[in-house]
Design a protein around this ligand. Structure first.
Ligand code: GLN
Length: 536
């Protein structure tokens, strides 16, 4: 039977609850236990796939093509495991199942209610996942903040699970903000007190409190949190701001969290070996040099929109003892002439053209790509980024005026990027893109092939509806813009400019498979190219 650690949040969202959940998972795993992690998102969307990144941050893609919350990415990176779409539970998913059961007649004439039918389904889904992975412990993070109406059925299900399974099998961790008022310089515990009160009102007494603050928790603050939170001071953990998120499990371990987790869950304590993480954090904190990377996209005002790409660049950078610095270049501002890519040229060593959808900012990005290409600055294009590199090349090198993607201009005379044939006739938007881990066949002796160590086939994760139109490939290749990877269906998945250090775009998303201790070869090669580039 699996044990469960619930992680809830209080005071406000965006506290790094996902990182705390992932850190707890890592500490338990490091004692030698098998762990899985579940993210509950109380919104009504069935999954994150239909949401704008500004609403929700990046959409993370799992091996099996789930479009999930970005916290699933944290779990995968901390635990170095692959999770599935099932690890992300939403209100939309739960209600779909309950309503389907009702229509089938499974409830045999009963009135279907939030308690017990919805809460039963929530518990059932959580237990199913724990069972599927055969895990000793499942970490269950409940998104949002205590007090949100949407979150109530999930908290109620958690309360019931504790009652059913006993306190040695179900643990509650609450993550709160303890703000510091700049005028007083003092840590204020009142919001945290209220949030714990609210939890108790629902019937949950947290066992462990993790306090997020800009500075380490003072003794005085700890005493107050203990008194008003109704838990011993030794169960209160300070989680101040850190340079790099992989420091969080180390700081929590130092304060004795691993021991408390093992005691509370009745798991034999095994001293964890966290040395690879200590080493990672040290390498990250003491880079031998820095590189400035221009990040060209249209969701740059919320960098969480590109979380896995930032992570992947950091993983590769740390491996190479290089600290990437991100210069955000907003495509809409480029398009409107508010900024000019030329102004960045002297300050960046390379650029990433980021993934995206739709028309906004597209012409700004295409224009920037032209200038970057002509200046021979290393460029990595990801998904939409590759597609725009292809459009730019078609227009400015092949002379195909008005070349475009049919996503933006369905009437283009030169559809160099076109709808995937498998997508024709698809009307439903949710969960219907070409998704998840799929084979990419590499072309021997190309840069991409060398980057991946000379193998024939790699598997990378995808999320797209459009593809590079193979009808134009020979024209591109005659001009040295060659395809170095193909999908099983036969369309180009990687394009690279010959005789360049690094001008390469990928249709897939290598960022989703990058792990701190096992970075993605694509990002490592890109950063390497910046180090050896003459402008650096
Ligand atoms: N909008 C493009 C497509 O659907 C690219 C998607 C992306 O960048 N993830 O093909």
């Amino acid at each position: 039977m699996s044990k469960y650690v619930f992680v809830t949040g209080g005071v406000l969202s965006g506290l790094g609850k996902g990182v705390t959940a992932a850190s707890i998972a890592l500490l338990i795993k490091s004692m030698g236990y098998s762990v899985t992690a579940i993210k509950i998102d109380p919104y009504v969307n069935v999954d994150a796939g239909t949401m704008n990144p500004y609403m929700h941050g990046e959409v993370f893609v799992t091996e099996d093509g789930g479009e999930t919350d970005l916290d699933i990415g944290h779990y995968e990176r901390f635990l170095d495991i692959n999770l599935s779409r099932d690890n992300n539970i939403t209100t939309g998913k739960i209600y779909s199942i309950v309503i389907e059961k009702e229509r089938r007649g499974d409830f045999l004439g009963q009135t279907v209610q939030i308690i017990p039918h919805v809460t039963d389904e929530i518990k059932h889904q959580i237990e199913l996942i724990a069972k599927k992975y055969g895990s000793d412990v499942a970490i269950v993070e409940i998104g949002g903040t205590v007090g949100d109406i949407e979150g109530l059925p999930f908290l109620e299900a958690a309360r019931q699970l504790r009652l059913e399974k006993g306190s040695e099998n179900v643990l509650f961790t609450h993550v709160v903000l303890v703000p510091r008022l700049s005028t007083l310089g003092e840590l204020k515990t009142k919001p945290a007190q209220h949030s714990m009160q609210e939890l108790r009102r629902i019937g949950i007494q947290p066992d462990i409190l993790v306090a997020r603050s800009s500075i380490p928790l003072t003794n005085e603050a700890r005493k107050k949190l203990s008194l008003f939170g109704n838990l011993p001071p030794s169960h209160i953990f300070s989680n101040p701001d850190v340079d790099v998120i992989y420091e969080v499990p180390l700081r929590l371990h130092e304060q004795g969290l691993t021991k408390i987790l093992s005691e509370k869950l009745g798991l034999k304590y095994v001293e964890p070996d966290l040395s690879p993480w200590v080493e990672y954090v040290e390498k990250f904190s003491k880079p031998e040099r820095r590189v400035k990377i221009g990040m060209v996209g249209k969701y740059t005002r919320l960098t969480d929109s590109y979380l896995s790409i930032i992570e992947a660049l950091n993983h590769s950078g740390t491996l190479l003892k290089v600290r990437p610095e991100f210069i955000w270049i907003e495509a809409t501002d480029l398009e409107r002439g508010i900024i000019d890519i030329r102004d960045f040229m002297n300050s960046i060593e390379g650029a990433v053209v980021l993934p995206g959808f739709g028309e906004r900012g597209v012409e700004g990005k295409i224009n920037a790509i032209k200038i970057l290409r002509e200046a021979e600055i290393p460029v990595l294009g990801i998904c939409f980024g590759l597609q725009l590199m292809v459009i730019e090349f078609a227009r400015n090198v092949l002379g195909l005026d008005d070349a475009h993607t049919t996503e933006v201009n369905p009437q283009t005379p030169h559809p160099v990027v076109d709808l995937l044939s498998s997508q024709k006739g698809t009307i439903v938007k949710g969960g219907t893109m070409r998704l998840g881990s799929l084979d990419v066949r590499l072309v021997p002796s190309t840069l991409a092939w060398r980057i991946y160590g000379g193998v024939d086939v790699v598997r990378e994760r995808h999320r797209h509806r459009y593809q590079i139109n193979p009808a134009y490939l020979s024209a591109f290749e005659k001009n040295d813009f060659i395809a170095s990877g193909f999908s099983v269906e036969g369309f180009p998945e990687i394009m690279e400019l010959r005789n360049r250090k690094f001008y390469l775009g990928v249709q897939f998303h290598p960022e989703f498979k990058s792990r701190p201790l096992r970075p993605s070869p694509i990002f490592t090669a890109f950063i390497n190219a910046l180090l050896t580039h003459p402008t650096s």
